[in-house]
Ligand binder design. Structure first.
Ligand SMILES: CC(C)(COP(=O)(O)OP(=O)(O)OC[C@H]1O[C@@H](n2cnc3c(N)ncnc32)[C@H](O)[C@@H]1OP(=O)(O)O)[C@@H](O)C(=O)NCCC(=O)NCCS
Length: 283
């Protein structure tokens, strides 16, 4: 799954005026982000997401504080509000790149329904939703995937981002898991999604070992170095990072030999549907 393209229309990074289209040389010098592929089309730089799921986990032992007023377990009566909020949170996002609003709405309903129906694992009682005066503000829905508590869906109303709702939901989930004796919560985020990446790091998730992720990062670094070149000083830093990644890849390969490939190819099937390109998704 790592690195599979998302088959939507590419997104313009630089729409050059017709009088001065971007030259190939200028295109090649533009900065690029991990998790995107870039094309030069008609004098413009266009980009398409390359989803690289990064598995991560967080210990339930951490005891951060947050106001948990308005946070509770979801019930059967919350389904419609959850699907509506899911749609609002994900429409236009990388996960649904190239999807129309109706298609996202349908998938939102399907994703929420599959949580309630246990299609991705038994719904876990540590799941939490956050409500405020305007209604449903966010959700962290947890399933037991192969016995492991796994954050299946996480979303906050776009109008209420950066108010600590996502953080408060996770604190409430961890509290419930700790009480049930679970040592950690597992999740994964799209490595090219800067906001998700920042949130996961900020709340305390740590990355799990993953050979596909290490290989994708090394390939990206090598490609960037070849494309951009750079000063002697930059070269030292890049070479050091590439050496660290090569060492990590060697360790992960040894780990695979010793413990089997599952140790370095984390099981991400619980999130498969959302991260697969539209044309590969089933009904
Ligand atoms: C990811 C998401 C759930 C975060 O919810 P939130 O309630 O806005 O996040 P919080 O307020 O708890 O943020 C906690 C910290 O995470 C980091 N963070 C969150 N969003 C960020 C962003 N867009 N850019 C940079 N850092 C961000 C910040 O460090 C933030 O602390 P600060 O606001 O004091 O700087 C929300 O952005 C969302 O619903 N996104 C769309 C759906 C999605 O991507 N879900 C995750 C799928 S893997």
């Amino acid at each position: 799954m790592a690195g599979e393209p998302n088959f939507g229309m590419p997104q313009a990074v630089s729409a050059a005026p017709a009088s001065s289209p971007l030259s190939i040389e200028e295109f090649l010098r533009l900065p690029r982000e991990f998790g995107w592929s870039y094309q030069h089309v008609d004098g413009c730089s266009l980009r398409t997401p390359q989803v690289i799921p990064i598995p991560a986990r967080i210990s339930t032992a951490q005891k951060k504080e947050a106001s948990l007023a308005g946070v509770r377990e979801p019930g059967p009566g919350d389904k419609t509000a959850l699907a509506d909020l899911y749609q609002a949170a994900f429409v236009g996002s990388r996960s649904y790149f190239g999807w129309g609003e109706d298609e996202v709405a349908e998938d939102a309903w399907h994703s929420v329904e599959s949580f309630y129906e246990g299609e991705r694992g038994e719904p876990d009682p540590s799941s939490r939703i956050a409500l405020d005066s305007e209604g449903l503000a966010g959700a962290a829905l947890v399933v037991r995937h192969r016995e492991v508590p796994t954050l299946y869906l996480l979303f906050v109303s776009p109008a209420r981002h950066r108010r600590g709702i996502g953080g408060a939901l996770i604190i409430a989930v961890l509290q419930a898991l700790r009480a049930s004796g679970a040592p950690f919560l597992r999740s994964a985020f799209d490595g090219g999604d800067a906001a998700a990446r920042a949130w996961y790091r900020a709340v305390g998730f740590v990355e799990e070992p993953s050979l596909p992720v290490a290989l994708a990062r090394l390939a990206w670094l090598r490609g960037e170095w070849e494309r951009r070149g750079g000063s002697e000083e930059e070269g030292v830093a890049w070479r050091q990072e590439m050496r660290q990644l090569s060492d990590a890849i060697r360790c992960l390969t040894d780990l695979a030999k010793a413990k089997g490939s599952e140790a370095v190819y984390p099981d991400l099937t619980v999130w498969q549907r959302r991260w697969w390109p539209k044309r590969l998704r089933g009904s």
